[in-house]
Design a protein around this ligand. Structure first.
Ligand SMILES: [Cu+2]
Length: 261
């Protein structure tokens, strides 16, 4: 991965919905910078204007100047505007603009301490059944070996392969505690909550090798809960899918139960 892409400002944006979020971040940061500089100047002015000097006694009762009311009113109006005028529409647009599921790539994600387990439905487009009692060292998702829908499912750990220019819907869940699925370059961050499946979507605009990180302190190994996000051309993605699902070494075992029928 190219570490140089993460500099002082925002990480690069390779998502179709990220531009509006970046615009919001810029507005907020410039506004905060303005407040910081404004209050800084005012503070230095007060230090000078009200300095201790002969003939001036300190006042120990509160003074509420008329200007304070105006400043408070201004800050309130600006903050209400930031929240309801700028932020809420961007959030609503993203939440309502869910891509057509028939065109999107569907992936399941089950987070755990301290890894990301991805399940791809394979050629049949159906996720195989999972069962907590089947979870083991070589079966992190608890895929049911008897379920035919799961025979072609592809499971990866800490590796999210996605095609560029195609919407992706990820159903997010967790095995143990709350984690948070965070892909900065895709402008996506969503908590993973045990017992819930929460869908998130994104569409990548350029290929590349990026990072996925857990954004919720989830235990001692939180710092190493990271993964790779590989955005590939449709051809590369199809090749990767074909080469990896089902795993070649398990192909004979998968064929055996079918012969019995
Ligand atoms: Cu975590």
């Amino acid at each position: 991965m190219d570490e140089k892409i993460y500099g002082w400002w925002l990480p690069p944006d390779v998502s179709v919905h990220g531009a509006k979020i970046d615009q919001l971040m810029s507005v907020l940061h410039w506004f905060m910078a303005l407040l910081f500089i404004g209050w800084g100047i005012f503070f230095v002015y007060c230090l000078f204007r009200f300095r201790a000097r002969p003939g001036h006694a300190a006042l120990y009762t509160p003074v509420k100047a008329l200007a304070t009311k105006y400043i408070e009113g201004f800050v309130l109006v600006v903050e209400v505007f930031l929240l309801f005028g700028l932020s809420t529409p961007v959030w609503l647009a993203y939440k309502n603009d869910v891509p057509d599921p028939s065109k999107a790539l569907h992936v399941r994600l089950v987070a755990e301490q301290f890894a990301w387990n991805f399940q791809y439905p394979g050629k049949d487009g159906k996720f195989g059944k999972t069962d907590a009692s089947q979870i083991g060292g070589d079966n992190p998702l608890g895929l049911d070996p008897e379920d035919p829908a799961g025979k072609d499912d592809l499971v990866t750990v800490n590796n999210l392969h996605i095609p560029v220019h195609r919407p992706v819907i990820v159903d997010i869940s967790s095995k143990d505690v709350i984690h948070s699925f965070n892909v900065p370059v895709l402008r996506v961050k969503q908590d993973t909550i045990p017992g819930q499946q929460i869908p998130v979507w994104f569409e990548a605009t350029q290929p590349g090798h990026f990072e996925l990180a857990c954004a919720q302190l989830c235990g001692l190994g939180h710092y190493r809960m990271r993964g790779d996000v590989l955005i590939e051309t449709p051809e590369e993605f199809a090749k990767w899918e074909a080469e990896n699902a089902p795993p070649p070494q398990e192909a004979p075992a998968a064929a055996a139960p079918e012969e019995k029928k």
